[in-house]
Ligand binder design. Structure first.
Ligand code: GLN
Length: 485
């Protein structure tokens, strides 16, 4: 038998259902893999082995008596450390929350538990999800399993690396401006940012509240469909979660692209994009055409404003959200002579440089006298970007584009250049600003590193995205390539 940790979720599910394997054996296989490669990859901030094996044995017992609860019953997954887990430390990659143990589960986590999934541990990320390389983690950098001298992308770099390294069969990440999609692309796995409102944000530690979404990462679109089906849907605990019914995502995967109209936005092939990345993405688009999709060139004219708009709105929201970390209610407290000194020391010493930069940018953009010039202006342009997509989706069913302008860069390469890091997000930010869903599927290699094709869909039409990604994976085998490690 193949080593169990190399299975996709759908493959493992079939073997669990037929009784050929147990969840305990599958989970143990993941821990053996973690023991073998984790010192090179460093995807995990916390490994909850005892809890996971207990959950796995419980899942096996239940399966024998009452059957499986869901397609995720007994499947080992790992969770980005910005998602609250009851009784398990949730640090957000920050010293500020080094000691924080949530007394409750995020709704997405609770739903995975209810589905019978097994949790292997918590995954590294950029501090409070701010970054594109996972180097902003206060604890350590995560390494790209395809080349450990390179970054895995970010901020969900631990999530993408854990899947790519075959330490977990799937993972949850979060995406505010690209944090599921860019690391998925850089690590050669599949990742989905759902429509804003599709998945509850309750218990996701807030970064940019009008942008944040939890999303799955796994090897295939099919596996992402399974995870999305478990976590999606309205939640009374999140007023921004949408009442739209959750379709049967697996039923939508008919392997067929015929008749789909796919738009290719000319603005996404930005200046400075690596030629190898552009060529790989264009070849993937040609493959979609060979499968019967109709490809049309389109324009999303306000694309170039997405980056400046995002880097006003996201820091503005972050500056408000992160005000709660005062060292009084929870998290770390640094000493000071009085309240104000304690507050200043706590925030000055326990937030890293990128988080402090965002708080300052955001506070400035919201301050009296500048609010109209920056924040309000950015919101107005946000409407224009959203309209670009509305107009495009009157003509096409999907949009196909690159995910990032380059393959994974070297650890340390962008260290003293925040702007170069921000440019990583040019292709993922517009969909975040418009709130529309984006799926990334591996589509080839450049410089021996994976490249991801980004598919963008209509609001709440994840089914069409997943259908297209799955059909692409019927015709290609990029999602079957595994790093040597
Ligand atoms: N890289 C972007 C940023 O630094 C996006 C991060 C995210 O999606 N969480 O803000």
């Amino acid at each position: 038998m193949t080593e169990l940790h190399t299975l996709t979720i759908a493959e493992a599910r079939a073997l669990l259902d037929s009784g050929e394997i147990t969840s305990e054996a599958l989970t143990e296989s993941c821990f053996e893999r973690i023991a073998a490669v984790e010192n090179q990859v460093r995807a995990f901030l916390d490994i909850t082995e005892e809890l996971a094996l207990e959950q796995a044995r419980q899942a096996d017992l239940e399966r024998q008596s009452g059957g499986a609860r869901s397609a995720l019953h007994g499947i080992p997954l790992a969770i980005k450390d910005v998602i609250s887990t009851k009784g398990v430390t949730t640090t957000c990659g920050s010293k500020m929350l080094e000691n924080y143990v949530p007394p409750f589960d995020a709704t997405a986590m609770a739903r995975l538990n209810a589905a019978g999934a097994v949790m292997l541990g918590k995954l590294n990320c950029d501090e409070f999800a701010m970054g594109s390389s996972t180097e902003n983690s206060a604890f350590f950098a995560t390494h790209n399993p395809w080349d450990t001298a390179r970054v895995p992308g970010g901020s969900s770099g631990g999530s993408a690396a854990a899947v790519a390294a075959m330490e977990a069969l799937g993972a949850l990440g979060s995406d505010t401006g690209g944090s599921v999609r860019q690391p998925a692309a850089l690590c050669g796995v599949t990742g989905l940012k759902p429509t804003y409102g599709r998945v509850s944000r309750y218990g996701l530690v807030a970064f940019g509240s009008s942008l944040d979404q939890i999303g799955p990462l796994a090897w295939t679109a099919r596996d992402c469909a399974i995870i999305l089906g478990a976590i999606a849907g309205h939640d009374p605990l999140d007023a921004t979660s949408a009442p739209e019914p959750v379709p049967d995502y697996l039923a939508a995967l008919d392997g067929n692209l015929a008749g789909l109209r796919i738009g290719v936005p000319r603005e996404y092939f930005v200046e400075g994009m690596q030629p190898g990345v552009e060529a790989t993405v264009r070849a993937a688009i040609a493959a979609l055409k060979d499968q019967g999709a109709q490809i049309v060139e389109i324009s999303l004219p306000h694309t170039r404003y997405a980056l400046p708009v995002y880097y006003i709105i996201a820091p503005a929201e972050a500056s408000a959200n992160l005000a709660r970390f005062d060292g009084v209610r929870y998290g770390v407290q640094s000493e000071g002579d009085d309240y104000w000194q304690t507050l200043a020391n706590t925030r000055g010493q326990n937030f890293g440089p990128e988080v402090r930069r965002r708080i300052m940018l955001g506070t400035y953009a919201l301050s009296a006298g500048y609010y109209d010039a920056y924040y309000k202006r950015a919101q107005q342009v946000r409407t224009l970007i959203r309209r670009d997509f509305q107009q495009a989706f009157a003509e096409v069913d999907l949009i196909a584009a690159p995910t990032a302008p380059s393959v994974a860069f070297k650890i340390g390469e962008h260290n003293d250049d925040p702007l170069a890091m921000y440019l990583e997000d040019v292709c993922t930010l517009p969909a975040s600003i418009a709130g529309v869903p984006g799926l990334v599927v591996p589509c080839g290699f450049s410089e021996h590193m994976p490249v991801g094709l980004q598919l963008i869909g209509r609001p709440f039409d994840e089914a069409t995205l997943l259908r297209a990604g799955d059909a692409f994976q019927h015709a290609t085998d990029w999602h079957k390539r595994r790093p040597a490690l």
